[in-house]
Write a protein that binds this ligand. Structure first.
Ligand code: B12
Ligand code: SF4
Length: 432
């Protein structure tokens, strides 16, 4: 079957990355004999994307919540010019809003929920034979008697059996330049369940890991094909299983790879021994989900970390000259203005190398999304995803019992001002 995979645009600051989900899907389908092409709206005009989609039997579109409105608009345009095509959508947003999406948008025919590889493969097989969609686990579709949801599909257990992402289908001159960072996924799932995050409900509570050999084979393959030496591990927490991180670092060192990489970490997983080894293996940067400077909030959001662990983790990173990118969320439902000020002051006191102060958003599949009424949180604007995507600077969209969007904006400006002070102090001490 002819399949066209579509990457809708995403207004991300700075570098763009190959959409790993589509690259994984393409690899498996191609290996199974399907004709796969990619239309990349991040870099191609809408006319080019539509012309690619006209000849496909099945069009698969990925999205997260932020670019869902643009993905839905693209899907509609595709359906108009190629009404015979089956339009399939997947990703973390539609996984948890499947029924509503099919009810409200005439554009999509089928939603693939959660992990997509096996489901899409089986779906194509069934469509090719005009088979019974109700037998394909993990999909939601428009049946003759309304919207149907098939049972959940078990997650892939042996991730080493999944072929490496088909990176070659994406434009070389855009994604593989001297400045590019190539993303690697060494495992899927998270054993925590922070109330603002959908990772565990999306990928499962049991962490599934690739073998270090398989992960480093992929890295060597990228070096050999694209001469790229900068990588980012996009696992939700790369250090969640110490032995796994250890194994990958040892494998990089044994093979003598001269690479630089970054990863997401949980503060409670960083021991001196591990960080020292990570540094030797090329780790240059940690993305740390600090979230809040208030212990009561860390407990409330079920982060299961402590203020002391955060301070210790930053200290260890600094000792081994690993850059720390600190990420905090402004506007948790339990936090007052003073609490949020404390988060900002605490984050700045950590003297991170970079900061993300994010406004709280309600992502489908999270506990906050499910319990928004009881928690007295609500959207203060219409079409929040469209607003967030289209506004060229961060804007608050969710109000809580304690904080309205004006107060949240003021808190954000306070964070920015404090950051500027920190940077100025650094410049002054550098010239002293
Ligand atoms: C790497 C990453 C990024 C990268 C780049 C992503 C890219 N390639 O363009 C960067 C750093 C740019 C980024 C940015 C952001 N990200 Co991000 N990111 C990730 C991360 C860690 C990994 C993404 C990934 O590659 N996953 C691996 C692939 C294999 O998974 P996948 O894409 O979901 O695809 C699978 C399935 O979903 C499904 N599928 C997906 N699409 C399709 C399509 C079809 C047709 C089918 C059949 C199946 C299917 O099958 C795929 C294979 O199994 C995820 C967390 C995660 N674990 O996924 C967060 C995540 C996607 N990001 C998230 C968020 C919130 C953001 C930011 C808003 C963060 C911020 N505050 O700025 C920004 C948004 C961008 C913007 N507009 O500014 C959220 C999205 C939640 C949501 N409901 O939308 C996630 C899920 C993290 C979380 N904790 O909740 N991100
Ligand atoms: S925030 Fe991190 S630790 Fe918490 S559930 Fe999400 S991925 Fe897991």
């Amino acid at each position: 079957m002819k399949l066209c995979l579509v990457n809708p645009p995403l207004a991300t600051e700075g570098a763009h990355y190959v959409p790993l989900g589509l690259a994984y899907l393409a690899a498996l389908l191609r290996e199974s004999g399907h004709e796969v092409s990619v239309a990349d709206a991040q870099y191609q005009s809408e006319a080019d994307v539509l012309s690619k989609a006209t000849s496909a039997d099945v069009v698969g579109i990925t999205c997260i919540s932020h670019n869902f409105p643009r993905a839905a608009a693209l899907a509609s345009a595709i359906k108009k010019i190629n009404p015979a095509a089956q339009v399939v959508m997947g990703g973390p947003h539609v996984t948890f809003t499947d029924t509503a999406v099919l009810q409200q948008q005439q554009c999509a025919d089928i939603i693939v929920r959660h992990e997509g590889e096996q489901t899409l493969l089986e779906l194509l097989y069934t469509l090719e034979r005009e088979g019974d969609l109700s037998l394909v686990s993990g999909i939601t579709y428009r049946g003759e008697e309304g919207i149907k949801r098939t049972p959940e599909r078990p997650f892939i257990q042996d991730l080493d059996t999944v072929p490496f992402p088909a990176r070659d289908l994406f434009q070389r001159e855009k994604y593989y330049t001297e400045e590019s960072v190539v993303q690697i996924l060494s495992g899927r799932g998270c054993s925590y369940q922070c109330v603002f995050c959908s990772c565990a409900s999306m990928w499962g509570h049991r962490v599934r890991l690739r073998s270090p050999q398989n992960v480093v084979d992929e890295i060597e393959n990228v070096i050999g094909t694209y001469s790229i030496r900068r990588f980012g591990f996009v696992d939700d927490t790369f250090t969640i299983v110490g032995n796994h991180t250890h194994g990958i670092c040892e494998e990089i060192l044994t093979r003598g790879l001269d690479i630089e990489w970054a990863c997401n970490v949980r503060v409670d997983t960083l021991t001196e021994d591990l960080v020292q080894l990570m540094k030797r293996a090329g780790c240059a940067r940690f993305f740390m989900g600090v979230e809040s400077g208030n212990q009561k909030t860390l407990d409330f959001v079920k982060k299961k970390t402590t203020i002391t662990q955060i301070e210790k983790a930053v200290k260890i990173a600094r000792k081994y000259s690993i850059e720390v990118v600190i990420s905090c969320i402004l506007g948790f439902p339990n936090e007052t203005y003073t609490d949020t000020e404390r988060t900002i002051d605490f984050a700045i006191s950590l003297e991170g190398d970079r900061y993300f102060f994010n406004f709280l958003l309600l992502y489908p599949g999270t506990e906050l999304y499910e319990h928004q009424k009881e928690l007295k949180i609500k959207y203060a604007v219409d079409n929040p995803w469209e607003r967030v995507e289209k506004t060229p600077f961060p804007i608050p969209t969710v109000e809580t019992e304690h904080l309205n969007i004006y107060e949240l904006s003021r808190l954000y400006l306070r964070a920015k001002a404090k950051l500027e002070c920190l940077e100025r102090e650094r410049k002054v001490s550098a010239v002293k």
